[in-house]
Write a protein that binds this ligand. Structure first.
Ligand SMILES: [Zn+2]
Length: 394
């Protein structure tokens, strides 16, 4: 199978001459005027079109700055080892008031070494000129196709939760790992800090909270990437396909009498799903969402929903006597759904095949009988469309 992977490469402009800096500042400022409604402003013509789109799609607030959208056919990045000043150069379209029309300037840029292989012209899409802390950056959007394997020897099921960022279980032997407890600690730590600052002095407290907010979100994001790397490496060890509990749907909570999305507000679920999918695809591995509905209240062993969670972190089955870690139980249900037991998204329908190795992957059925892991029936599957867009500097 082929998957599109989109990466944003952040290149920094450096060593700008006064003239080039002035032209960039002028273009940026004119773009701000254009997205906020000034039709008369002078911009590179393709960029002016983009400003119109930003204005009609986003209708940005007056007090916000918008990155300048650069159309992909107007930009080029080139490597030139022989130039002393910089080994990478970027062609940036600007309006040039000296000649009264659109022009292009070549500016020296710094490209992170790990990203240089992405900078082929055919990969580059519409990109953005960004102004941050007094420096200029271009966020180059690179989209390319990667091949993923069709056959796997095991399934690694990932349950993303509030307590742990992720719990992963292999289908074949239920070998389970808990990932990323750290974020929980970080969040609690900052929650305490916020409280104490809030009490002390409101005005300066707000500022400190804002800073903490930034720092916290960066730390959390870093932790999500670390966990995703851990999961992909774990899947690679056994040539496993990754499946994860999909909880994007709302469900009706009878106790509360309203629709809830219980886990998603406790952790950046969508972000984690995107990061994991992106990293899995880059590793040549499928990563497939499985409906998570009821997986936490279903007994993985017998399929009964006659379960209770009276003991913290445990699930007990009143039918078969199972007493298991609750997260491990949830992840096991996700793994089983992925291969066709209690199925909503069987892997077979997306062309992925879990091979039957010598030691065949087998599941215990509802009456204790043994069923083959790989059920062939096709009940249809909707894969989430589109590919995650990630920033490679994270
Ligand atoms: Zn049971």
């Amino acid at each position: 199978m082929h998957r599109n992977v989109t990466t944003t490469v952040r290149v920094k402009l450096h060593s700008l001459t006064e003239r080039k800096a002035r032209l960039i500042e002028r273009e940026y400022s004119a773009f701000q005027d254009a997205v906020h409604g000034d039709d008369e402003t002078n911009l590179y013509s393709a960029t002016k079109q983009q400003a119109g789109k930003v204005r009609s799609n986003k209708n940005p607030r007056k007090d916000t700055e918008q990155p300048v959208v650069l159309r992909n056919d107007c930009i080029t990045i080139e490597h030139d080892e022989d130039t002393v000043l910089s080994s990478w150069w970027f062609k940036l379209p600007v309006y040039n008031p000296e000649i009264g029309r659109g022009d292009s300037i070549w500016v020296p840029v710094h490209v992170p070494d790990k990203d240089t292989h992405l900078l082929e012209d055919e990969y580059i899409r519409d990109s953005e000129l960004v102004h941050q802390d007094g420096d200029w950056y271009v966020h180059l959007v690179c989209k390319r196709s990667v091949a993923t394997a069709d056959e796997y020897d095991d399934v690694l099921a990932v349950d993303m939760g509030a307590k742990w960022i992720a719990v992963s279980t292999f289908l074949s032997d239920r070998d389970t790992k808990f990932h990323g407890a750290e974020v929980r600690r970080i969040r609690e730590h900052y929650k305490q800090l916020r409280k104490s600052i809030g009490k002390a002095k409101v005005r300066s407290g707000v500022q400190v909270i804002e800073r903490l907010g930034d720092k916290e979100s960066r730390t959390v994001e870093h932790e999500l990437h670390r966990v995703a790397n851990e999961l992909v490496a774990r899947a690679r060890e056994r040539n496993a396909v990754i499946v994860f509990g999909d909880m994007t749907g709302l469900r009706f909570d009878n106790d509360k009498g309203r629709y809830v999305n219980d886990k998603t507000h406790k952790m950046p679920y969508a972000k984690m799903a995107n990061i994991l999918t992106y990293k899995a695809h880059l590793d040549g591995r499928e990563c497939i969402p499985v409906d998570e509905y009821d997986t936490s209240v279903t007994c993985w062993q017998c399929g009964s929903q006659n379960t209770n969670r009276e003991v913290q972190g445990r699930v007990e089955c009143d039918d078969c006597g199972l007493d298991d870690n609750a997260d491990k139980n949830g992840a096991s249900n996700i793994a089983q759904r992925a291969v066709g037991k209690d199925i909503t998204s069987p892997l077979s329908t997306v062309g992925a095949v879990v091979t039957q190795p010598e030691t065949q992957v087998r599941l215990k059925g509802a009456n204790g009988e043994i069923e083959p892991a790989n059920s062939p029936e096709d009940v249809g599957l909707t894969l989430s469309e589109g590919s995650p867009r990630l920033q490679s500097w994270e």
